[in-house]
Ligand binder design. Structure first.
Ligand SMILES: NC(=O)c1ccc[n+]([C@@H]2O[C@H](COP(=O)([O-])OP(=O)(O)OC[C@H]3O[C@@H](n4cnc5c(N)ncnc54)[C@H](O)[C@@H]3O)[C@@H](O)[C@H]2O)c1
Ligand SMILES: O=C(O)CC[C@@H](O)C(=O)O
Length: 409
């Protein structure tokens, strides 16, 4: 492939939150050496300073990329969320600035499902409180409140990648699986979809949440929902902390209505491993608390590193936005001897016609062209003869509604 418009060693890649070494390896193999690597998330001021001249940023769930931060990141070309969730990024602000956001939609799915499966067994056997007693020198040898998973009903809220995997695994234990989702979903195995959350709450022995953080899931579980769960039921949340009113959950557990819970995500999480974890669930023996590690396994983190770094490197190398979460998806094979230009514009009628008119008036020959749009923006990848690339770029920059235009190679 021809020379990159910007020397690769000038392209700054900022990696935060200890993303796996596999990501660094992918970038280095692709020729990118200017990598600023941080093991933890950065404080606000340090983030602003480091992101100001970064072309790519990679983060996990702690770093908040708000519109303010993005506006400050003058050179930012693309964002990689080295995880599933993308709620920590203002996706719409990024889109309007012409910045695609990539994630790893299923590299840690299995890890979360396995953790939850283990927690189901632990909760049904009353292990958390027995474990806590033993640590304090107690001996709670009793079958009281201990039951098998076989024959119990698991209620999955959000039957997506994780919810479906969990359902299949739970069936191998002999559990009956019901699920509630806002979309009609193909039930896997013997699972069955119920038509309201209330129906699920009334029928499940264990309720497990696997929805994304969206306006519709904010505080989706509060006092009313907990009170509709079965007396003595169990509750698991490994989705996002904002989905649950944590005080209401603590209250439902203290009252004995909920017999135990496993919680991996919290409305407020410590910024680093050195900060204190504060929660109304602390000190409750029948609650398994984990520090947002549902997807934190060696396998998942390595695969996520490879997947997301690969997507960023591809976007940098050839403009491919396949599987971006906030951007039109375009992928175009390179043609020998041609230069590639990228044009991101506000989605208004006639932009492509204007580009083609301008090129035709200047005698610029288009070898290939591909446009995709979202409601907000349009993204055109095109190729022209290499000796006309600069002239073509100058024309593109003058098209009304242009957000960004650049020559890639
Ligand atoms: N604890 C962790 O470490 C960890 C790891 C990975 C993912 N997660 C979280 O888990 C979430 C789910 O992951 P996934 O890969 O299964 O996502 P997914 O997008 O595949 O599935 C989410 C499902 O939730 C459904 N949904 C959305 N809004 C809903 C609502 N209001 N009520 C009912 N259903 C609704 C969707 O239709 C979809 O089927 C992620 O968004 C992420 O926030 C946490
Ligand atoms: O690795 C993380 O910080 C987030 C993991 C998980 O919540 C995800 O969204 O994939």
């Amino acid at each position: 492939m021809a020379k990159h418009s910007l020397d690769k060693d000038k392209i700054k890649i900022l990696l935060l939150e200890g993303v796996h070494q596999s990501a660094v390896d992918v970038f280095e193999r692709a020729g990118y050496s200017n990598i600023e690597y941080h093991k933890a998330s950065l404080g606000e001021d340090q983030l602003l300073e480091s992101i100001k001249d970064a072309h790519f940023v990679g983060l996990r769930s702690r770093t908040q990329l708000t519109a303010q931060v993005l506006n400050h990141a003058e050179k930012l070309v693309a964002i990689g969320c080295f995880c599933i969730g993308t709620n920590q990024v203002d996706l719409s602000a990024a889109e309007k600035l012409g910045i695609p956001v990539f994630n790893a939609p299923f590299s840690n799915t299995r890890s979360v499902a396995e953790l939850v499966l283990g927690e189901i067994i632990m909760l049904l056997r009353g292990i958390p409180q027995r474990n806590a007693q033993c640590h304090r020198g107690g001996w709670l040898k009793s079958a009281n409140g201990s039951v098998e998973a076989r024959g119990k009903t698991l209620g999955v809220v959000g039957y997506g990648h994780i919810g479906t995997q969990l359902g299949i695994l739970a069936e191998t234990l002999g559990m009956r699986v019901i699920f509630f989702d806002i979309e009609d979903k193909l039930p896997l195995g013997n699972a069955s979809q119920v038509h309201s959350l209330n129906e699920l709450l009334a029928n499940a022995d264990v309720v497990s949440l696997h929805v994304p953080e969206t306006p519709s899931t904010k505080d989706m579980f509060a006092e009313a929902e907990f009170s509709k769960m079965r007396q003595g039921g169990f509750f698991i949340n490994a989705s996002r902390g904002t989905v649950v009113d944590i005080d209401a959950l603590a209250q439902a557990i203290k009252s004995g209505h909920i017999a135990g819970a496993a919680v991996d995500v919290f409305p407020v999480e410590p910024k680093s491993n050195d900060d204190e974890f504060v929660s109304p669930l602390r000190g409750l023996d029948n609650v398994i608390l984990t520090p947002h590690i549902g997807g934190s396994t060696a396998e998942a983190q390595e695969n996520i590193g490879i997947e997301v770094a690969g997507k960023l490197a591809k976007y940098s190398d050839n403009g491919s936005t396949l599987s971006a979460v906030n951007f039109p998806e375009v992928s175009l094979a390179p043609h020998a001897g041609a230069s590639r230009l990228l044009h991101i514009h506000q989605n208004r009628p006639g932009v492509l016609i204007k580009i083609n008119q301008a090129f035709s008036e200047k005698g610029i020959n288009i070898a290939a062209q591909y446009l995709q749009t979202t409601a907000e923006i349009g993204y055109v990848v095109m190729e022209v003869d290499s000796d006309q690339a600069q002239e073509a770029l100058d024309e593109l920059k003058q098209i009304e509604g242009t957000i960004r235009a650049r020559v890639l190679f």
